[in-house]
Design a protein around this ligand. Structure first.
Ligand code: URP
Ligand code: ZN
Ligand code: ZN
Length: 477
């Protein structure tokens, strides 16, 4: 018998949680969008979801993923199909993935390639554009990329010397060019030369184990590059966003910027909030599971990140989802600097943050929504289509049981990776039903949408807040 996809859905009796509110109401969805929100709605619908006792969050937005990324001699093991599906299981309905330019090639070429790769996505997706080779030719591509191709954030790497790293001059010129059209430069902030020098020193001493990765990526390297990036943005009167911030030293640079009324947008990732560098002491090669850049830090850095989130200095929690299976990690068995950097994270972000953050009283429920979706949508030009529960917004919704306890494990996760970095962690709170653009995507532990269901999110430039930052900087003169 043919089953008809419901075109109208009524979610009854749930508690809607947004970045600012918490209230009980029904939600009526028609087509891809939210049609009505109200008390005891008397409407008939193709499908009714009983959400009594559950929270309803806006669909999660992961600001930082790498699907099928060619990196360090291999490819990250999730592609857009498996990775976005795993995200949906955890309540993430949209991702922003990094299309990273190949040096010597055009920016448009990599955007075309990423559209091809992402055409099989199950969840929605946007792209940040990684710029590794900024020159007069790539400069000429920027305007149309922002105004016509729907990509308004441009990532630079201040690390990965010899591969992805750009210099300060390129960063400033990119800031100036993207700023003309309402774009923003975002950065991986670590001092690549400092890291390169340390790696050479330790290799010369015969140090091979994974833990040397952490030792070669010190807090100072991240703090220095973060401060420099912030200064470059100040100097060029540009908005800025720092990806995967991990440490107190870097946060102090953000605090310094506040003193001169400079807004710095900051992302951290779930692993930096809940795991620390004790994991690098695991015996044998196990520590390679947590080799990514920047590395895990100390408990004092975790505390600084939680506090900064509460204070509004950390705006988004992403994942830097970049999984590699253990046989891929083994490429660095004899040399820590050859371990592919990255870990599987996308599926666990929302549940781990809820459990460790909200349940343990570190952040409020509204803050949880702010950092898992709303701020991302606002900063990256997708609001209120995404990141909101409002009439006319995309019906991207997560029905979440705040009381259900479960244990995270590779045995039950959906990421294409043979380990889980949170293995054995007991969490409170579970994603039950996920709706993406008005279609039930996850229900009863099953994915009901498949390959190609995900859509590209064409993002706007000229976010009002970013424009304001430029105006403030200009008026400083
Ligand atoms: O270790 C990481 N983070 N791998 C992915 C590339 C990056 O730096 O974001
Ligand atoms: Zn990075
Ligand atoms: Zn990354």
């Amino acid at each position: 018998m043919e089953t008809k996809t419901p075109t109208t859905i009524l979610i009854k009796g749930g508690t809607i949680v947004t970045a600012t509110d918490k209230y009980e109401a029904d939600i009526f969805i028609s087509g891809e969008v939210i049609q009505t929100i109200g008390l005891n709605l008397e409407v008939s619908a193709d499908k009714v979801i009983d959400a009594k006792g559950k929270y309803i969050f806006p669909g999660g937005i992961d600001t930082h993923t790498h699907m099928e990324l060619p990196f360090m001699g291999t490819y990250s093991s999730d592609d857009f199909e498996t990775g976005t599906r795993a995200g949906l299981y955890g309540g993430t309905t949209s991702i922003i993935d990094f299309a990273i330019q190949k040096q010597g090639e055009t920016l448009n070429a990599i955007i075309d390639e990423y559209h091809r790769k992402a055409s099989k996505a199950v969840g929605d997706y946007a792209f940040h554009l990684g710029v590794t080779d900024f020159n007069s030719r790539t400069k000429d591509e920027i305007k149309d990329i922002i105004l016509k191709r729907g990509i308004s954030s441009f990532k630079v790497f201040m690390a990965y010397k010899g591969a992805l790293m750009v210099d300060d001059r390129q960063i400033m010129e990119l800031m100036t060019e993207t700023g003309k059209y309402g774009g923003m430069v975002i950065a991986h902030c670590e001092n690549g030369d400092m890291i390169d020098g340390l790696v050479n020193e330790h290799r010369a001493l015969g140090h091979t184990e994974p833990k040397y990765h952490g030792i070669c990526h010190p807090e100072l390297a991240e703090a220095e590059a973060s401060g420099r990036f912030i200064d470059l943005a100040y100097h060029t009167k540009s908005p800025c966003y720092i990806v995967h911030m991990t440490c107190e030293g870097a946060l102090n640079k953000v605090k310094d910027a506040c003193k001169r009324n400079q807004k710095v947008n900051v992302e951290t990732c779930i692993q930096y909030l809940v795991l620390n560098d004790e994991l690098y002491e695991k015996p044998g090669f196990e520590a390679s599971k947590w080799i990514f850049s920047p590395p895990l830090r100390k408990p004092k850095d975790q505390e600084a990140l939680w506090a900064s989130m509460r204070q509004g200095l950390v705006h988004t929690v992403g994942t830097d989802h970049c999984p590699f299976c253990m046989d891929q990690k083994k490429m660095g068995e004899k040399d820590f600097s050859k371990i592919p950097n990255g870990a599987p994270m996308i599926e666990n972000r929302m549940e781990v943050l809820f459990s460790e953050g909200v349940v343990k009283g570190k952040i409020s429920l509204n803050k949880f929504v702010e950092v898992t979706s709303t701020n991302a949508a606002k900063i990256f030009g997708m609001f209120p289509k995404k990141g909101a529960i409002a009439i006319g917004s995309d019906a991207d919704l997560v029905v979440f049981d705040p009381n259900e306890k479960h244990t995270i494990s590779v045995e039950t996760h959906h990421m294409r990776c043979d380990y889980n970095g949170f293995e054995g962690m007991e969490v409170t709170g579970k994603t039950k039903t996920v709706i993406l653009r008005g279609t039930v995507a996850i229900e009863d532990g099953k994915a009901l949408v498949g390959k190609g269901f995900g859509k590209f999110i064409h993002r706007n430039a000229h976010n009002a807040e970013l424009r304001r930052e430029k105006e403030i900087r200009a008026s400083d003169e």
